[in-house]
Ligand binder design. Structure first.
Ligand code: ME8
Length: 476
């Protein structure tokens, strides 16, 4: 893969709120980003993969109070839970940024000062409906029966003195950038969605400060206000490099090649974030890739409905690679995907225990009958076929898995048809040919699955090298 500027491939996940422990949705985005980072790295590209936690704001302050903890102690604990989960899921991130990091705070203040100095931020008065669950202002159109559909709660009417950031004047330029893919919103239907929003509505200047939220970054030019949590949060994508907030000094990795987000935060990422960058004269992110939500049994997961699927339960049942595989193969990346433990279990048995696991164990066992001189590990397993490369470069992750699993099925069928366990006594030469092909197939499959299932890829490579069979996945 060539890249003229030699810039590392920079991929981001959202920084997640630390109002509660990490859940399956957070894991979903992060595993997907890890797969892409590993794929790019495996293709010889230098990468930077950032993750982190979003730790300020009213929602988190309220949770800390509920658990009778000092907010900093509270966010330290939960942020650690995210780190622990990423460790368990074998997420190979480059850096973990926390928005309570003092350097991040200083950079946010510097940016705010710049925006105020250039007139992009001005003092005014703001009146609007605010959903604390979303930490977002809502328009009448966003509400269903007067409630935020995501949180099933009536937003509060905020009416206070506030600093505002100019949005309206940059709306035509922003629309143009999204239209011509300078900021590519993907999949295509999210681009359409955001363009129809931008074309249908005037972007109001937004409130970027709060007077009554003390758990936040004070505005450097008016300490009676703290920064709106999203302005604070977005800048993580730059402060993750230790950036000091000076727009003339932007990290070389910027702009992000792709930012992975869920559809719940598409609008803010496609409006407020690029507008901040435009005010600062910094290029906008290249691609904003939006995925759908994970549903459980057709419904949003909720404690009241009792349909929450805990990530730790998945890990216990399916192991790390099983969990990574099952989440990413549950449906097209971009669409909502509906999961149930029953369906995941079926797929685990079909694709992993019977499919890949059975293939590897059969081939390695049969290979013990090979003359040791002809048993050689196939080389060149690192190459991705063009079709697979295209799928992975386009973030078509479940399609990439389908592509690989078609090869798994073909190899299993090839064994059934050629019956090498008979050839071993009837036709040694043919046996050797069949086994060479199968060993080659497995070596390829092992390297193709590496971004998705790093541990399994390693186990297969070892099994091939040591000629020792391993049960990769036990039927449940
Ligand atoms: O919004 N299915 O943090 P957050 C799939 N701090 N993905 C899901 C999901 C689900 N059911 N639920 C959550 C925030 N996600 C802000 C972001 S970034 C500058 C600030 C994933 O903890 C998905 O990526 O609410 C979604 O966009 C994100 O978690 C929201 O995480």
């Amino acid at each position: 893969m060539s890249n003229a500027s030699n810039k590392p491939f920079f991929i981001t996940t959202p920084v997640y709120y630390v109002n509660g422990k990490p859940h399956i949705g957070h894991a979903y985005t992060t595993i997907a980003a890890d797969v892409v980072a590993r794929f790019q790295k495996g293709s010889g590209r230098e990468i930077f993969f950032s993750v982190g936690t979003d730790e300020h704001g009213a929602k988190i302050a309220a949770k800390a109070k509920e658990s009778e903890k000092d907010p900093q102690v509270f966010v330290d604990e939960i942020s650690e839970e995210f780190k622990k989960l990423w460790g368990k899921l074998h997420i190979q991130y480059s850096s973990f940024i926390r928005t309570t990091n003092p350097k991040h705070i200083a950079a946010v203040q510097k940016v705010l000062q710049t925006l105020s100095d250039t007139g992009a931020i001005y003092k005014g008065f703001y009146e609007g409906l605010y959903c604390v669950g979303c930490e977002q202002f809502k328009t009448a159109d966003d509400l269903v029966d007067g409630k935020c559909p995501d949180h099933n709660s009536v937003p509060e009417l905020m009416k206070e003195e506030s600093y505002l950031m100019k949005m309206t004047e940059l709306q035509p330029e922003l629309t143009k950038k999204i239209k011509n893919d300078e900021l590519a919103v993907r999949p295509e239907r999210y681009k359409k969605e955001i363009l129809s929003f931008l074309e249908g509505e005037k972007l109001e200047d937004i409130s970027i400060s709060r007077k009554n939220v003390s758990w936040g970054i004070p505005l450097p030019f008016d300490k009676t206000h703290t920064t709106y949590v999203w302005v604070d949060a977005f800048l993580n994508y730059l402060t993750v490099f230790g950036w000091d907030g000076d727009e003339k000094n932007v990290p070389k990795e910027w702009p992000a090649d792709v930012q992975f987000i869920g559809k719940d935060i598409l609008r803010v990422h496609a409006t407020i974030w690029p507008v901040i960058l435009m005010h600062l004269g910094i290029p906008v992110q290249k691609t904003l890739f939006t995925h759908g939500h994970i549903l459980s049994g057709g419904k949003k997961m909720s404690k009241t409905l009792g349909n929450v699927i805990a990530i730790d339960d998945l890990l216990e049942r399916f192991g790390v690679d099983g969990t990574r595989y099952l989440l990413l193969s549950a449906g097209p990346f971009g669409e909502d995907v509906d999961v149930t433990v029953e369906r995941l279990t079926e797929k685990y048995n079909a694709d992993l225990a019977n499919g890949l696991g059975n293939l590897v164990s059969r081939v390695v066992k049969l290979a013990s009958n090979l003359q040791s001189t002809t048993y050689r590990q196939q080389q060149g397993g690192e190459e991705y076929p063009e079709d697979l490369k295209k799928l992975l470069s386009g973030y078509k992750l479940s399609e990439a898995l389908q592509y690989i699993w078609k090869k798994v099925a073909e190899a299993n069928r090839y064994i059934d048809e050629t019956k090498p366990w008979e050839l071993v006594t009837t036709n040694q030469a043919e046996f050797e040919t069949v086994m060479q092909k199968l060993l080659g197939d497995i070596a390829f499959i092992a390297s193709w699955i590496e971004p998705f299932m790093p541990e399994t890829a390693e186990k297969i490579k070892q099994a091939l090298q040591e000629r020792k069979t391993v049960p990769l996945f036990e039927r449940i």
